[in-house]
Design a protein around this ligand. Structure first.
Ligand code: NAD
Ligand code: UDX
Length: 463
């Protein structure tokens, strides 16, 4: 089957960049990205592609090239479904905040809504692709909803999880380590797999395209995120031991990373991992294991989250302790709020939890992040429901100028590893601060020797 029309439901951090790259690499395919969120679609259609709703290096250029040619953003979900041969579902699957599985299971209500809408609209056969990260065996539920119409339309469900990381999404999409496609072993299933393989083959070499059964594909995505997060919690656990023993976690990471069986990536000790995926997906894995009665499996993976929570709490506790056991009315400047550099995404960022702890201690927090607005920072804190909006507003100060943010601060805490922080004029920052001037480097990016020579009291993670 020659694919000429693709639609993607969900114009978020995955749907937007993924479809932009497919459109760029497959000019013969019309790609339409739809979303219920009108504001988001308006932003994707903004004349100035610098204003698209997601900041990713290289993305606005790709959108500028493909948009209006074969890449379209729209709120007309039904029309896009009706026209497409392949429909990607790329909607959010957050942790449930209510009912059974609250705080653990993935909330699949948006997925189910998509399936029902596809079932309602489709008049011809469709390939439905799970792009969202889903609990293993979700395809079964989707298929049951799609097949319930009884109108003779044939649906094939494929699992095609996305492995991009934010901040490097474009690069990850252009040269993926692998593309994973799970499908049915039937003749129809194999045909559907081939159709999707052909789309990716426009720019990905065949040995990098892996096909499996649907359940392996669904579970591989949760497994990959669990393994990656586990490495961070493992090195963070060692960072605490390093601090007690005089070992340096950067040196330990380097030493173990040179063992080719371990490898050097994802061994950077930090204030704790954030992002919309790791915590959500591990909690989901824990929930699935428990639901099969696999309590040891569940406990094993839950420890990755427990360690990460401990690492965030340890960071804020250390700030309070070092500042003579009180931060009441002290100004603490956060450099960075995003969960990692090169993104404007703040979901589950460690900064939110560290700020919340310090505001509980009556600190005043000044935040500077090159890509995150005051509105977003306040809404992140409000979401925790620790205190009122007014109280948060009184505790958070923001400025467009990092030097102003640091002025008269008792301490600076580095929460995100933005490159520009390394190149600041640290002498100028020191001169404007209260003394002793403390720096808590939650990302181990600053030069300890240089900062100590200026006069800072400098503390990193794991040394
Ligand atoms: P997101 O919140 O940025 O985007 C999801 C979008 O879907 C939103 O704009 C929302 O309005 C829209 N939506 C929800 N229900 C809809 C419906 N019924 N019809 C139309 N639009 C609807 O989420 P995201 O970060 O892009 O993540 C999407 C999925 O991809 C999740 O399952 C996530 O786990 C997975 N994932 C995310 C990443 C990442 O780095 N963010 C990486 C890999 C996989
Ligand atoms: C992750 C997965 O990497 C990606 O494959 C998946 O598709 C989505 O989830 P993402 O959350 O966007 O991607 O970013 P990632 O680079 O994995 O970083 C997640 C968090 O871990 C960030 O807060 C980052 O700062 C932190 N991290 C990462 C560390 O603390 N140390 C490391 O060594 C690596």
């Amino acid at each position: 089957m020659e694919i000429t029309k693709i639609c993607c439901i969900g114009a978020g951090y995955v749907g937007g960049p993924t479809m932009a790259v497919i459109a760029q690499k497959c000019p013969q395919i019309q790609v339409t990205v739809v979303d219920l969120n009108t504001e988001r679609i308006l932003a994707w259609n903004d004349k100035n592609t610098e204003n698209i709703p997601i900041y990713e290096p290289g993305l606005s250029e790709i959108v500028a090239e493909a948009r209006g040619r074969n890449l379209f953003f729209s709120t007309d979900v039904e029309k896009a479904i009706d026209e497409a041969q392949i429909i990607f579902i790329s909607v959010n699957t957050p942790t449930k905040t209510y009912g059974k599985g609250k705080g653990m299971a993935a909330d699949l209500k948006y997925i189910e809504l998509c399936a029902r809408q596809i079932a309602k609209v489709a008049k011809g056969d469709k390939i439905v692709v799970e792009k969202s990260t889903l609990p293993v065996r979700t395809a079964e539920a989707i298929k049951s909803i799609l097949d319930s119409t009884g109108n003779g339309v044939q649906f094939q469900i494929l699992s095609n999880p996305e492995f991009l990381a934010e901040g490097t999404a474009v690069q990850d999409l252009l040269s993926p380590d692998r593309i994973l496609i799970g499908g049915d072993y039937s003749v129809e299933g194999q045909k559907a797999i081939k159709a999707l393989v052909d789309v990716y083959s426009n720019w990905v070499s065949p040995e990098k395209i892996l096909t499996t059964n649907v359940w392996s594909s669904e579970l591989s995505k949760l497994t990959a995120n669990a393994f990656l997060a586990q490495r961070i919690s493992s090195i963070n656990a060692m960072s605490e031991l390093c601090e007690k023993t005089g070992a340096d976690v950067n040196e330990v990471a380097r030493a173990i990373g040179m063992d080719s069986r371990i490898g050097s990536k994802f061994l950077k000790a930090s204030v704790g991992f954030g992002g919309s995926c790791f915590q959500k997906d591990i909690l989901n894995l824990v929930y699935i294991a428990k639901s099969y009665g696999l309590n040891e499996v569940a406990d094993y993976w839950e420890q990755v989250i427990i360690m990460n929570d401990h690492q965030k709490r340890r960071f804020s506790n250390n700030i309070v302790q070092t500042l003579y056991n009180t931060v009441a009315d002290k100004k603490i400047t956060f450099l960075g709020w995003a969960f990692k550099k090169d993104t404007n995404d703040t979901r589950e960022s460690a900064a939110i939890y560290v700020a919340d702890d310090l505001i509980n201690e009556h600190a005043k927090i000044a935040v500077f992040d090159p890509k995150v607005s005051r509105k977003k920072i306040l809404s992140d804190l409000d979401y925790l429901e620790t205190r009122t909006l007014e109280e948060n507003e009184k505790s958070i100060f923001t400025s467009e100028d990092p030097y102003l943010s640091c002025e008269k601060a008792h301490a600076i805490a580095v929460l995100t590893e933005w490159d520009e922080f390394v190149h600041y004029d640290w002498q100028k920052i020191y001169d404007g601060m209260q003394k002793p001037a403390f720096v808590f480097d939650g990302r181990n990016i600053l030069d300890k020797t240089k900062l100590e020579a200026i006069g800072f009291v400098y503390q990193a993670i794991g040394s």
